[in-house]
Design a protein around this ligand. Structure first.
Ligand SMILES: Cc1ncc(COP(=O)(O)O)c(C=O)c1O
Length: 422
């Protein structure tokens, strides 16, 4: 609850309306909506644009000519790299094209049309449902919406999804799975605790075809030297006797190039066999030249780790600018709460209930684009209209500072209006 008197609120409103009008008059164009690498981050891999050539050769380590058809599973070098990153055997990894979201969509499409191994297609099972930790990633929700799968919100906690709620929901046979972004989740930056990972791995869902979609998009994306540990889910699943319940995804979109990285899907033996069967019909092989570029640039996980420190050096100051500004502007006044992720691409801000759309509108009027209010919830509906995702990586730091100042002005206006009943 806000700790400000009516007098202070009136003053806050008038001062900030004045500031807002001044910003508006400047005709700014600023953007805190895009979860993309900045140009200087992309430039870190500029050498990859020339590391496969006639001179350097086009053959992978095992002699495969990457220009030709074949190897739909992916080059062994890249399978091995993802095996290290996701901490499971290389036989349990398949390498895809540039997008892990594409792989997730394909697994959904297969489950809908053909079914999970040994099960009826999801599309033939009547109304089916999916657990969606909120706030979450809008594109996950769009996949469910596209296939007509009902989404059930489960609140995120600082340790991951509310597992009491998840366990109860999984006991319903019409609930077919759950989205998870276990490390530096989008948008709140949460890292699932060991207990949460173990409870997920030990779920006993009523549906045999229940699957956890473990989207580890930010598994290498630490902002600081010490990585926040995440228990390896595959090992936890094996220990819990649940080897087929989780399907993992990752990509190099925010390691190399967001538009030209490589992606991977990893899972237990039965799931992998099932996915392979479809994949081998779907393609004669993904872009192996791009896989070779990655294999040459990232010969092992230590090179990836060193490279991610260079990314961190570029984006950490942007996150810290926001953490510092919000603490100065709002620390202790109860108007907003925010997360301070130690990795990933986003932070999450909760404004007062009923104010998120107003804040986004005020920002837009002053030339600042935010991720649309509501986007972090299924169907674009934030039941409390309070969550806003902030993506600080793209704007240069001076622009980010200005955009964040305008955001603070907008929050103060919307909060004062609400508390004064206007
Ligand atoms: C959680 C999450 N998963 C997946 C993606 C997209 O991944 P890809 O580029 O591999 O399709 C994003 C992009 O923002 C993301 O935030």
């Amino acid at each position: 609850m806000a700790l400000l008197s009516k007098e202070q609120l009136r003053l806050m409103l008038s001062e900030n309306l004045e500031k807002h009008a001044a910003y508006k008059a400047k005709g700014l164009k600023l953007d805190m909506s895009r979860g993309k690498p900045s140009v200087s981050q992309l430039d870190l891999c500029g050498d990859m644009l020339v590391n496969v050539s006639e001179e350097s050769g086009v053959k992978s380590g095992d002699g495969t000519d990457t220009r030709n058809y074949g190897m739909p599973e992916g080059l062994p070098e890249i399978k091995n790299l993802f095996a290290r990153i996701l901490e499971l055997p290389a036989e349990n990894v398949l390498v895809g094209g540039n997008s892990s979201l594409n792989l997730m969509f394909d697994v959904f499409a297969q489950a809908m049309s053909v079914g999970m191994p040994g099960c009826e297609p999801w599309a033939k099972q009547g109304k089916i449902k999916f657990i969606c930790p909120v706030p979450g990633y809008d594109r996950h929700f769009s996949v469910c919406e596209y296939f007509g799968i009902e989404m059930i919100n489960v609140e995120m906690t600082p340790n991951g999804p509310d597992m009491d709620a998840v366990e109860k929901l999984a006991a319903d046979g019409s609930v077919k799975g759950m989205w998870c972004v276990p490390k530096y989740s989008n948008p709140d930056g949460c890292v699932y605790s060991d207990e949460t990972v173990r409870r997920i791995a030990s779920l006993k869902p009523a549906a045999k075809d229940f699957r956890v979609f473990w989207d580890n998009a930010y598994c290498m994306h630490d902002l600081y030297d010490t990585s926040e540990p995440l228990l390896p889910i595959f090992k936890a699943c094996l220990e819990a006797g649940n080897p087929e319940m989780v399907i993992q995804f990752a990509s190099t979109s925010k390691i190399s190039f967001a538009g030209a990285g490589v992606s991977a899907v990893a899972a237990g033996d039965e799931n992998i066999r099932h996915i392979k069967k479809r994949l081998f019909i779907q393609t004669i092989g993904h872009d192996k030249i791009n896989q070779l570029r990655h294999a040459r640039r990232f010969p092992d996980i230590d090179v990836v780790k060193a490279h991610m420190k260079r990314h961190a050096a570029i984006i950490r100051p942007k996150f810290e600018l926001l953490y510092g500004l919000f603490t100065r502007e709002f620390g202790g006044n109860g108007l907003i709460s925010w997360t301070e992720p130690k990795g990933g691409y986003f932070m999450s801000v909760d404004v007062m209930e009923g104010c998120a759309k107003r804040v986004a509108g005020l920002c837009a009027d002053a030339g600042v684009v935010l991720t649309p209010a509501g986007a972090t919830y299924p169907y674009g509906k934030d039941p409390r209209d309070r969550n806003i995702r902030i993506a600080p990586t793209v704007p240069p730091i001076e622009e980010l500072e200005q955009a964040a100042e305008i955001f603070c002005v907008a929050v103060k206006i919307a909060s004062a209006e609400k508390l004064l009943g206007r």
